[in-house]
Design a binder for this molecule. Structure first.
Ligand code: GLN
Length: 279
């Protein structure tokens, strides 16, 4: 079997099982098995796979068909133009969360921001993206899960920013020793009753997704305590789920009557980022 046939075959197997993005995922899995990049794949389509490579591809496809996300099979996921190491100890970074990073960088261009706390950092995708794009800013990356912080540490080492990102283990804002200019957070916000619809359940850590009965348990806690950990003129940026905007904005307006609360929508038109800026 040559690469062209292997690629077609992988895509077809995934498409048959109704895997979304079968075409892209088939290509990623094939490249992963062969350890080659996109350009190498498409310039060597006549290259013949040996039996070991064929077996490895078959095994990767089997894992994918069992429901395991491609990012866990390859151990990598792209986020904000960077490559992140991921495994089942962390949530796989989502494209929607890039909007959080974008908004944070935008705000950092308008306000004086020297310290940021990324709460629930997981793989560290948000913290590392900010550290790479905002030189001079110190980032506290907090997670309650020590295993998740091991993954974040690997990503900090990969991008050589261990002096700018300080990893702290603990619950939400508790490990922060002093107030910061910005708090950014992609916390669990899926309703417990919706968790079973989560395609990746059983693979991704439910601790990173489960937001309790209405999905807002953890977000409510951070809103209630943000005032204690934000400097004057500080900002809070949070990712939220569909249908949660009203509840969160009402709560923030109540807690911070003089602050500016704004919503941003993702590419599917779903309210996704809520920002609070103290004035
Ligand atoms: N957007 C994620 C999902 O639905 C949820 C992430 C989260 O709870 N922070 O898969």
């Amino acid at each position: 079997m040559n690469l062209r046939q292997a690629l077609e075959n992988a895509r077809e197997v995934l498409r048959d099982k109704k895997i979304e993005d079968a075409s892209l995922e088939g290509e990623i899995l094939l490249r992963y098995v062969l350890g080659i990049n996109r350009a190498q794949l498409f310039s060597q389509l006549e290259f013949t796979l040996d039996s070991e490579q064929e077996k490895a591809l078959e095994k990767a496809l089997e894992r994918r068909l069992s429901g395991e996300p491609t990012a866990y099979i390859t151990g990598h996921r792209e986020f904000y133009g960077l490559d992140f190491i991921v495994d089942c100890r962390v949530l796989i970074p989502r494209p929607e969360s890039e909007l959080l990073v974008e908004k944070a960088i935008e705000l950092a261009g308008k306000r004086k921001i020297t310290t940021i706390a990324d709460i629930g950092t997981g793989s560290g995708a948000i913290a590392v993206s900010l550290a790479v794009n905002l030189p001079g800013v110190i980032i506290y990356a907090v997670d309650i899960s020590a295993p998740a912080l091991d993954v974040a540490a690997k990503n900090c080492q990969k991008y050589k920013i261990t002096d700018k990102v300080l990893l702290l283990q603990g619950d939400l804002l508790e490990p922060l020793m002093e107030p910061v200019d910005m708090i950014i957070a992609n916390l669990p916000y899926v309703k417990t009753s919706d968790l079973k619809e989560q395609m990746t359940l059983g693979f991704e850590p439910s601790l990173a997704l489960n937001g309790g009965e209405d999905g807002l348990d953890v977000i409510r806690t951070i809103c209630n305590h943000a005032g204690e950990k934000l400097k004057p003129k500080g900002c809070l940026l949070m990712e939220i789920g569909q249908g949660q905007a009203e509840c969160v904005t009402v709560l923030l307006n109540k807690m911070f009557p003089r602050a500016l609360v704004k919503l941003n929508y993702d590419l599917s038109g779903i309210e996704r980022i809520v920002s609070l800026c103290l004035t």
